[in-house]
Design a protein around this ligand. Structure first.
Ligand SMILES: Nc1ncnc2c1ncn2[C@@H]1O[C@H](COP(=O)(O)OP(=O)(O)OP(=O)(O)O)[C@@H](O)[C@H]1O
Ligand SMILES: [Mg+2]
Length: 301
């Protein structure tokens, strides 16, 4: 398979700091430089329709020559995720129909973790369909959900590793029993084991992309207030535990009274993009482009 060149750019940060606005500005900026861009909102509470003053949906809509925008319908992916599990379980455990499997799905729908898996599934789908896109810019939900999403592949791998060990024990026990009861019998390739191995491979791929700075760029958006400072520190620390590195800081709603050296000292390894507080509305393509045209510099991607 051809190596995929498309890079991810994630915009993350505390609620309301300007993730969606920064993502939209970056998308317009890069598209203006001739890069093929997809701007994708993965936030269940979408903002891009309001920012571009244009109705978006799960299907990408062209906004400029090089930029298309979509807002992922999380509910659709939750349903798809559940129906895929249902199909798999029916296939693998046909005897479960006796236990009225259907009833469990109403409960699973509201289980913790389902939304993250659904978003991961949507992400995977978008990457696969990226084609000649240079950058996919992801406008992320506020911190808690975003951290769960980014660390999900690594955590799932830990689970799957244990499940695989458990499965091997079951296979071993079965073998012993069948030897006693039926004599020597060729062990069939185990369906469940194969499935687990496939999942391990899939999550490993996503994890590798998240950890690779050539494939994934993390932009942390913050403001000059204390709360967004401390939440940003938490994000950087938490992600570094998972080998995921924040590369750029977008210091948004900046005003001149603020001393940037504080940020520079704290985040020595990060590049800093300063986005001044605008006294005009930042809604609509024209307003965003106007804001960009007044910036002294923009990060090189
Ligand atoms: N540089 C700026 N100057 C002035 N206003 C700004 C600036 N950046 C963002 N805003 C405004 O701040 C508000 C929040 O911005 P935005 O929706 O981009 O934040 P967010 O981090 O995506 O929020 P949420 O966590 O709700 O998704 C919006 O009204 C937006 O127009
Ligand atoms: Mg937003």
């Amino acid at each position: 398979m051809m190596e995929q060149k498309t890079r991810n750019i994630f915009f993350l940060g505390k609620g309301g700091v300007g993730k969606s606005t920064s993502a939209a500005l970056t998308a317009l900026y890069l598209a203006g430089k001739g890069k093929k861009i997809q701007l994708v909102s993965l936030d269940p509470a979408h903002n891009q329709s309001d920012i571009f003053e244009q109705r978006f949906s799960g299907k990408p809509v062209k906004v400029t020559e090089n930029l298309s925008v979509s807002e992922v319908e999380i509910d659709y992916w939750v349903k798809k995720y559940l129906s895929d599990i249902r199909t798999q379980m029916k296939r693998n455990y046909s005897y479960l129909t006796a236990f009225n499997l259907e009833n469990y799905f109403d409960v699973i729908r509201y289980s913790p973790g389902i939304e993250e898996y659904a978003i991961l599934m949507a992400y995977h789908h978008i990457r696969q369909k990226a084609g000649a896109t240079d950058y996919i810019i992801f406008d992320m939900p506020p911190t808690a959900l975003t951290l769960k999403f980014l660390t999900l592949p690594a955590l799932s791998l830990k689970w799957l590793d244990n499940l695989l060990k458990l499965r091997d024990k079951i296979i071993e026990k079965r073998q012993i029993i069948s030897k006693i009861k039926m004599g020597k019998k060729e062990l069939e390739t185990d369906k469940i084991r194969r499935k687990l191995q496939q999942q391990i491979e899939d999550y490993q791929k996503v994890k590798t992309v998240f950890e690779d700075p050539d494939k994934t760029l993390l932009n942390l958006v913050m403001n000059t207030d204390k709360l967004s400072f401390s939440e940003s520190e938490l994000i950087v620390r938490k992600l570094s535990e998972f080998n995921i590195t924040v590369r750029n800081i977008f210091l948004n709603k900046y005003h001149e009274s603020f001393d940037i050296s504080v940020i520079r000292k704290k985040y020595k390894k990060c590049d800093i993009q300063v986005l001044p507080e605008s006294n005009r509305s930042l809604l609509g393509k024209a307003a965003l482009s106007d804001y960009l045209s007044h910036l002294d510099s923009f990060l090189t991607f």
